[in-house]
Design a protein around this ligand. Structure first.
Ligand code: URA
Ligand code: CA
Length: 444
């Protein structure tokens, strides 16, 4: 490896040739250690962006990033550890629902989550709405919790796929994020380093997602499914529509409340459907259900019997949080200003720019503008009208939860502009667009 030169690797990719396993390993190792400078890696990323990578190169890149840091060993957890990953989206509350229902159905959930950057906090931020809840624990404690409670939520440490952290930051400032191989290897390296045996991916498509159209969403899904299976992790992907926020709530404590409602069987229809779909696939891969239909029945029963909500309390309690908040969500942080946003005209909702609803929540303080910003758990937006719904002039299309009157006014303007209305009846489209497995694509 010592006679390898970064210059030659850049030139090779620039000229459209495939990089060898050793070359990919060399550049990832050198970049992680700080031996290869940003400017050379930037040039290589741009070459990859234009020339693309083969499936073999993408798998090699993934494994090189996995090996750039710590690989979490979850082998002392009994059973098949199925992880789940959603590719972005606005107001995505699925993990808060999925972890308890899948665990209650007997499959171990060992979830490494991140803190959020963007519209709202990540899963960990949201869970901090429960007084005392903490992800500070040793890996032994984490494993112990999964073995006893069946689920634990931990924080991705700085040493998990550190090459990806550096590369992602560099891609962000060099216009090289949008490449299938780079996105797929980035996501999959973190899942594999987290110790997952099997992976269910939720690939979002639409205005509120990374992938705006069906074709690129299916391609990204196939790429990740192939990486996972090639590396010995049973992986499937569900393609879900994100042309409007999922559920109604966007904001940390507000989404926790929505997750609680969903666990009680009275949550939004779309959020419930996505959770039951992803959850049933997790049960199938985890060997807890024979097929998708049986998985759904099991999860329906978990919710109906109250085992799901009970499991959430157990998870919260095991990590130092106050489980009473589950029975009384008004104990969570509350906003001082709670006011509706009224419709300016009659009509049917034609579209809701999900990104803009996310930005309204961010403006209110629900998310982080930079990685050191403080987030306000109480604030956010609850929309009341979704695509296809009829709205009368003056009726509330949303409610804003704010702690600052100026931010309220700004959010109100953004929300009004996020909605487009029409006089024509609108057909609601289905939420689950397809499934991608090792054997190909099923469009729904
Ligand atoms: N999320 C990631 O973790 N990596 C990407 O490259 C894109 C989205
Ligand atoms: Ca939501």
């Amino acid at each position: 490896m010592n006679n390898m030169r970064m210059y030659d690797i850049i030139m090779k990719k620039r000229d459209g040739q495939e990089l060898s396993t050793e070359e990919i390993g060399y550049f990832i190792d050198g970049y992680t250690k700080g031996v290869i400078p940003d400017y050379q890696v930037s040039a290589l990323l741009m070459a990859i962006f234009f020339q693309k990578m083969s499936k073999r190169e993408t798998a090699d890149l993934t494994m090189a990033m996995v090996h750039s840091g710590e690989i979490i060993d979850l082998s002392s957890i009994k059973g098949i550890k199925v992880d789940k990953h959603s590719t972005g989206g606005v107001g995505d509350t699925t993990t808060l629902v999925l972890a308890p229902i899948v665990a209650a159905a007997g499959a171990p959930v060992a979830k490494m989550s991140g803190r959020g950057l963007g519209h709202t906090g990540g899963t960990i931020d949201k869970l901090e709405s429960f007084e005392g809840f903490s992800v500070q624990m040793t890996i032994e404690q984490f494993i112990h919790n999964v073995n006893t409670v069946k689920a634990a939520i931990g924080a991705q440490t700085a040493d998990l796929a550190p090459a990806d952290k550096k590369l992602y930051a560099l891609r962000d400032v060099t216009a090289t994020v949008d490449n299938l191989s780079l996105i797929a290897s980035s996501i999959m390296s973190k899942k594999i380093a987290s110790g997952a045996d099997a992976i269910v991916l939720d690939v979002k498509m639409g205005s509120g997602a990374f992938m705006k159209d069906a074709q690129s969403a299916f391609e990204l899904a196939q790429e990740m499914v192939d990486i996972g299976n090639n590396l010995g992790r049973a992986t499937i992907a569900v393609i879900t529509e994100m042309d409007q926020p999922l559920g109604y709530a966007v904001g940390n404590a507000l989404e926790v409340k929505e997750a609680i409602d969903t666990l009680l069987g009275k949550g939004p229809e779309d959020l419930t459907e996505v959770c039951l779909t992803l959850g049933s696939h997790m049960l199938v891969l985890g060997g807890k259900a024979e097929d998708f239909e049986q998985g759904k029945q099991i999860l329906d029963e978990v919710i109906r019997s109250g085992k799901g909500i009970q499991k959430l309390k157990e998870i919260i309690q095991a990590q130092g949080g106050n489980p009473d908040f589950v029975d009384d969500p008004s104990l969570m942080p509350q906003a001082a200003i709670i006011k509706p946003v009224a419709a300016d005209q009659d009509g049917y909702v034609k579209g809701i720019k999900a990104d803009d609803i996310g930005i309204a929540a961010l403006v209110l303080g629900a998310g982080r503008e930079t990685k050191d910003s403080e987030i306000d758990l109480a604030v956010g937006v609850v929309i009341h009208k979704k695509i296809g719904d009829f709205v009368s002039k003056g009726e509330a299309i949303a409610t804003i939860y704010a702690n600052d009157i100026e931010k309220f006014a700004e959010a109100q303007k953004i929300i009004k502009n996020a909605y487009t209305m029409t006089q024509d009846l609108i057909q609601k489209s289905s939420l689950i667009k397809g499934i991608v497995t090792q054997n190909g694509v099923t469009k729904l």
